[in-house]
Design a protein around this ligand. Structure first.
Ligand code: DC
Length: 216
């Protein structure tokens, strides 16, 4: 089974996708970690994030694997926590917007689904581009304020709420307005507004949807 969970930053996708995968005995794929890994290597090699061919060369040369806990390994080294740094977060929208970078990463995401015999994948284009045949497609949303509040809480940086909100809105804009695979709710995806729900509430909702079909 393939379950695609897309949505903007801070919509709770990865927490929900991980918990849903565990409940259903499926593997979890953090597709954003792959673009973050490429961005980290781009920065380490002093390549300009706007240089499409330079970024693509890095993307094609990297070996990206996942350990048993689903954490990304870059050329055999753990990618966490470096891939979550602010420098990477600020550059990742530019790097992931290049079609040449996506062309190097998308086949690896599809190969992971085959290798693992199904998965729950979270990202921006899981349902719209990478897994159009997914059994379930969910699109999580929440207001920008709620998403920034969640992210500030996660980072223990409540005092930087305004800055986090501004960065998030810029990333939303870049991810939604790019030409290749923009962030969007696929026509056949189920939209889930999560502003007034906690992660457990969202997981319950998605699980109910999947289990209802299993019964009927
Ligand atoms: O989910 P995340 O915040 O870790 O993703 C980081 C960035 O990677 C996001 O701003 C856009 C890009 N991304 C993408 O283009 N396609 C995906 N499927 C997942 C992430």
């Amino acid at each position: 089974m393939i379950i695609a969970i897309d949505g903007p930053a801070g919509s709770g996708k990865s927490t929900v996708a991980k918990a849903l995968a565990q409940e259903l005995g499926l593997s979890f794929l953090d597709s954003g970690a792959m673009y973050r890994a490429v961005t980290l290597a781009v920065i380490e090699h002093d390549v300009d994030p706007m240089d499409a061919e330079g970024c693509a060369r890095i993307a094609r040369a990297l070996s990206l694997e996942f350990d048993a806990q689903g954490r990304i390994q870059i050329d055999g080294r753990p990618g966490e926590p470096a891939i979550r740094s602010e420098t990477v977060t600020k550059a990742v929208s530019a790097v992931s917007a290049h079609s040449e970078v996506r062309a190097a990463i998308v086949p690896q995401q599809r190969a992971e689904a085959v290798r693992r015999g199904g998965l729950v994948a979270d990202g921006r284009d899981m349902g719209s581009v990478v897994f159009p045949q997914a059994d379930y497609k969910f699109f999580l949303t929440a207001s920008p304020e709620v998403r920034a509040k969640r992210r500030a809480h996660e980072l223990h940086e409540q005092a930087r709420f305004a800055e986090i909100l501004a960065d998030m809105q810029l990333r939303d804009h870049l991810d939604s307005s790019r030409k290749d695979s923009p962030l969007l709710c696929a026509p056949d995806a189920i939209p889930v507004e999560t502003s007034s729900l906690d992660a457990q509430g969202v997981v319950r909702l998605l699980l109910a949807r999947v289990r209802k079909d299993a019964k009927s």
